[in-house]
Design a protein around this ligand. Structure first.
Ligand SMILES: C[S@@+](CC[C@H](N)C(=O)[O-])C[C@H]1O[C@@H](n2cnc3c(N)ncnc32)[C@H](O)[C@@H]1O
Length: 279
C-alpha cells in the first residue's frame, strides 16, 4: 500500500500510542491514509500532511482522541472463537452459579467490547441455558476506548453480514427483531448489558471496587496491540477486580504478561486463567 514520504507517520504513531497505548508498526503506516479520510474530510483538509501540521500545534485534544480511536481495530463477532462460551456453558457457569447461590448475583466484563457482540453473546448464553438465573442480579459490562463502537454496542443493531458470523439461526429468531437489512437485540437481552467508553490503559481501571468483583472477564484480542509493560499493569489491575474463584479469558494468541499471578487452565480445547492468591 502507498504511503507519502512527506507525512510524519512517526508523529501519528506516537500520538496514538500516547492516547490508547496501541503500538502501530511502521509497516502498517498506510492505515493512517485509509482510516483518516473521514477525519480529514470533517476537518476540511485534503492531505494527511496538513492534518499532522495541525496536530503538532497541540491545540485540539478532541481531534487527537478521534484519531487514536479511528486507528483501533474493531474486528469482532458473536460467539467469537466459540470454545470459551461452550466451556462456560458446560462447566464454568454451573460451578459459579452453585458458588453464588446465596448472593444470587453474577457479574461479567467484556473489556474492549468493540460493537458489543461478545457481551450480547454472554447474555444470550445465560438466557438460553440458565433459566434458573431468573430473579438473579446479572450484570454484563462492556467497555471500549472507541466512542463510535460503544454507541453501536448500545444501539445493539447489526447488519445481516454481522449476523451471519457466529450466530445460530435459533438465536437470531429468538433474541433479535428484524428491520430490513438490520437486526436489533430484543430488550430482554439489551437490558442485561451496559456499555460505556473507557480506556483500559488509564489508571484507575473503569471498575476498581474490590468489594464488587467480577466473576468472568473477557479481555480478548486487545492486549496484542499493547507493549509488554502496559499488559503487565493492566493484568495486575484485572487481577484485583476478579473474584478469587473468577475466570479470565484472553484471546487465543494472548498470554498474561505476568504469569506469576495467574494459573492457566486447559479445558474444553481452550485456555482460561484463574487468579493466583498471595500465599
Ligand atoms: C479486535 S477488537 C476485540 C473485540 C472483542 N474483545 C473480541 O475479541 O471480539 C479490539 C478492541 O479493543 C479496543 N481498544 C484498543 N485499545 C484500547 C484501550 N486502550 N482501551 C480500551 N479499549 C481499547 C478497540 O477499540 C477494539 O474495539
Amino acid at each position: 500500500m502507498q504511503t507519502s514520504a512527506s507525512v510524519d507517520y512517526g508523529y501519528l504513531r506516537q500520538l496514538v500510542y500516547g492516547l490508547s497505548q496501541n503500538v502501530l508498526d511502521p509497516s502498517r503506516d498506510y492505515l493512517f491514509d485509509t482510516r483518516l479520510t473521514k477525519v480529514l474530510r470533517n476537518q476540511g483538509m485534503t492531505h494527511l500532511e496538513e492534518l499532522v501540521s495541525h496536530l503538532k500545534l497541540r491545540k485540539n485534544p478532541v481531534l487527537e482522541r478521534t484519531i487514536a480511536e479511528a486507528m483501533t481495530i474493531n474486528e469482532t463477532s458473536f460467539f467469537r472463537d466459540g470454545r470459551p462460551f461452550e466451556l462456560l456453558r458446560t462447566d464454568l457457569l454451573p460451578k459459579l452459579i452453585e458458588a453464588r447461590r446465596h448472593a444470587r448475583s453474577l457479574r461479567f466484563w467484556s473489556a474492549a467490547c468493540s460493537t458489543g457482540q461478545e457481551a450480547y453473546s454472554l447474555a444470550m448464553l445465560l438466557l438460553e441455558h440458565f433459566p434458573l438465573l431468573t430473579g438473579w442480579t446479572i450484570r454484563i459490562e462492556g467497555t471500549d476506548i472507541c466512542a463510535e463502537v460503544v454507541a453501536r454496542a448500545q444501539a445493539g443493531r447489526y447488519h445481516r453480514i454481522e449476523m451471519n458470523r457466529g450466530l445460530p439461526a435459533r438465536s437470531v429468531v429468538r433474541y433479535f427483531d428484524h428491520q430490513g437489512e438490520d437486526w436489533t437485540v430484543k430488550p430482554e437481552v439489551r437490558k442485561m448489558c451496559n456499555f460505556r467508553q473507557a480506556n483500559l490503559c488509564q489508571s484507575p481501571l473503569p471498575f476498581n471496587r474490590a468489594d464488587d468483583r467480577f466473576d468472568v472477564i473477557f479481555l480478548r484480542n486487545v492486549m496484542l496491540y499493547f507493549a509488554q509493560d502496559t499488559r503487565k499493569t493492566l493484568l495486575a489491575g484485572i487481577h484485583r477486580i476478579l473474584a478469587p474463584d473468577g475466570v479470565l479469558f484472553l484471546g487465543s494468541s494472548e498470554q498474561p504478561a505476568d504469569p506469576g499471578i495467574w494459573t492457566p487452565v486447559l479445558a474444553g480445547g481452550t485456555c482460561h486463567f484463574r487468579p493466583r492468591q498471595p500465599s
